[in-house]
Design a protein around this ligand. Sequence first.
Ligand code: NAD
Length: 490
Amino acid sequence: MSKTLYIGGEWISAEKKQTRRIINPFNQEEIATVCEGDRNDAVKAIAAARKAFDEGEWPVLSGLERGQFVLKIAELIRRDLNELAELESLDTGKTIEESKADMDDIANVFQYYAGLADKDGGEVISSPIPDSVSKIVREPIGVCGQITPWNYPLLQASWKIAPALAAGNTIVLKPSEITPLTTIKVFQLIEEAGIPKGAANLVLGPGASVGDELARNLDVDLVSFTGGIETGKKIMQAASGNVKKIALELGGKNPNIVFKDADLETAADQALNAVFFHAGQVCSAGSRLLVDEAIHDEFLAELIKRTKSIKLGNGFHEDTESGPLISAEHRAKVEKYVEIGIEEGAKLETGGKRPDDPALQNGFFYEPTIFSNCKSDMRIVQEEIFGPVLTVESFSSEEEVVRLANDTIYGLAGAVWSKDIEKCERVAAKLRMGTVWINDFHPYFAQAPWGGYKQSGFGRELGKIGLEEYTEIKHIYRNTKPAPVNWFQA
Ligand code: NAD
């Protein structure tokens, strides 16, 4: 892959000709070499996006026309779904089944925003001033810098690209430097869809240079970021120079609450899915299990039994249930947290080490891990580990579990399990989180907003609001009978 930056409608190399090797986390084999851009490349891409916004046709096309382009991207993603899913699994280690499901969701996101592109015709409001007409219209914000993480590389990118383009903005996107392959491919599809030059730009490279430039550059009007909380704080600071609009989708430490009157068979099955899906590298992972003390011991025993039989392996093999972690550094971070948990006095019930299987030694694998006897003030309960580690706490009342569940700086998602629906609704209403699932875990879709309370960030992606976030609101007031007011006498 020699030219992997897409700037002003051309595929080019990084100015300094630097490259990066992309590694398969399953076996550490090189799967591609891509360009490694730096700050200058970001500046170039921003200039292209600025020109395309200020002078180009994209922002002034009708919503219908923009929608047709965005729909075309959805169709091309569906056409190339298998190729995209294979790339995503090679790049992240996730199972091919997961990647295919991601690609379906991604195509749906583009289709959804294509459909919304021409739906908002503005609104005429009732003006209190006689002989006047007031209308409210939404307009694109301008140049949008978009920065995405490695855990759902293309999914997170689609939540930003599709609404931004549908609303008439021009974009510069920077994917995670370690997982750029599907994003490169989708920019090829964006080009194939015929989007005007400069409307969509791709720069690869490190966060500290390329990402920082997107946050800092005065020609960028909005920066939308998905990633870790500490990076989010840096982006807020860097973005302050021109008071650009900011959207932050940060981490989570998401409670999964199981009452004794839940369907325990389903709750146990889904508790595993909640935390161990994609090796726990999910912002909304149900990594904090809160179990009614009346069923704590039997529920925990069932989870341990099931966890021990989770099959780690090659994401391309049919019987693999979970792939590796993304990198050696990330596994080291997870291992550190497991040490911390043991020091803090939590009881390691299963996992807590790399697997012994010789076939997995070249990958960044880590066994699904459960800690019991956890307390709310432990670091393993409070901090986002972002790996296959479940902490288990018990509770004795509805009030107590609400307090425990909310006792976190995060507020991304949570779930509550019980057959008593009124109780579920009561608890859901009290959870300070952007998404609450009742008797389920993980569903999200293009039609429903996604985002966090508290330090999980601000702004929303997906849903109608996911498009509105990429618009400015303008009030146009027209006096239909202009006449002197004679405030100052002539
Ligand atoms: P990260 O913050 O390390 O990196 C995210 C992106 O930011 C990458 O593209 C990186 O290059 C870039 N970056 C790094 N430093 C930067 C800087 N100084 N300025 C600008 N950009 C910079 O996060 P990660 O490790 O890639 O992803 C994991 C995190 O993402 C977890 O905390 C997870 O919870 C979060 N996440 C949140 C959501 C959500 O919807 N809320 C979804 C997925 C992931």
